[in-house]
Design a protein around this ligand. Sequence first.
Ligand code: PLP
Length: 407
Amino acid sequence: MATIDSAVGDATQRVIDTFDRYVVPNYRRFPVCLVKGEGSRVWDAEGREYLDLFPGWGCNLLGHCPEPVVRAVQEQVAKLIHVPNTWYTETQGEWAHLLSERSFGGQAFFCNSGTEANEAAIKLVRLRTNGEKYKIITFQGGFHGRTMGSVTATAQPKYHEGLGPMLAGFQYAPHGDLAAVEKLVDDRTGGILVEPILGEGGIVPAPPGFLQGLRKIADERDLLLVFDEVQCGCGRTGKWFGYQHFGVVPDVMTLAKSLCAGIAGGAMLTTGELAKHLRPGMHASTFGGNPIAAAAGIATIRTIEEQGLLGHVDRAAAAFRTRLEALQDRCDAVRAVRVIGMMIGVELSIDCAAVVQACLDRNLLVNSTQGRVIRLLPAMTISPADVEDGCDRLADAILEVASHTAT
Ligand SMILES: *Cc1c(COP(=O)(O)O)cnc(C)c1O
């Protein structure tokens, strides 16, 4: 099998040199330059082919360059690229309609990213009571984005380092701890923000009864329940939205990542009643709901339906679960396997960075989070053969790292 040479190829080295001089070094990057992709495969500048189980950091919901989305964007880009939100467009209205029908029947505010969707939700919580009930409760291990509001909402100290003072009005509770939430709520509390399935936190679904309990507290204490579905939304889990696995409906939901199958796009959905608090002039996003994102968002939803991908996700998830649980049975380093559709976490007792590198050596792209969880966010379109191939390579990588590490 071809493996990554320790020497970086010339084509790749030239790109790295350019980055070293001209690109802000705020990301840890592998010495690999990707040039094209198709489905669950991607190629680098040296001509190597990879199997990608983490396409686009969860954004490429339908794999790389899905044909119906490519076509929709190509047609739209030749017609109308961008117009301001002072005008109507057919595409934005249709996109909102499709999202509303598949969720809780509300209205959409469009933006360009997950953090921006959460900022809109934070503003909505404050605006609803004119800033009187401004406090928002969030959860340890959650992740909500990098702008100052969303990063303050992210209750993980490592993301706050050196940034203070943080935005006022956020309070943090341990994930799953309803009693702690009850204790924090006072008459200044306006909302609760939570991921129904922690993504960056290690692919952890809400424990049984937790979201129901939050719904009850929100109803009793007049709070908005906000679900951050930036990672778990849009069909990835085999249902349109993560909350649909739990039977608990939020007042506000935020979306991005998968929303446009790789084109930048975000949305905040809320009920028609609550949406009235975002009056003209109160909030905006210049590129929000632009025709390109809308065309991609519409094509994403239609493709999932026309190709029966929600059902396909259930079958692919079952295949992943079978393979990964079999690995757990014969490898002590695998502590837990969590599979919710195409959100997969493999919790290890060994160094995950070494496993990610061992996967890369096998031309397999995966991610690690929280230092101990291998995270896969495979394309909804992944073939049964690629599931098997991916599990073969991942198992091989984990077994190799485990063989020379004490667990
Ligand atoms: C990635 C992520 C965000 C932030 O999205 P950006 O588009 O990077 O701003 C917010 N919430 C969750 C749950 C995420 O996974």
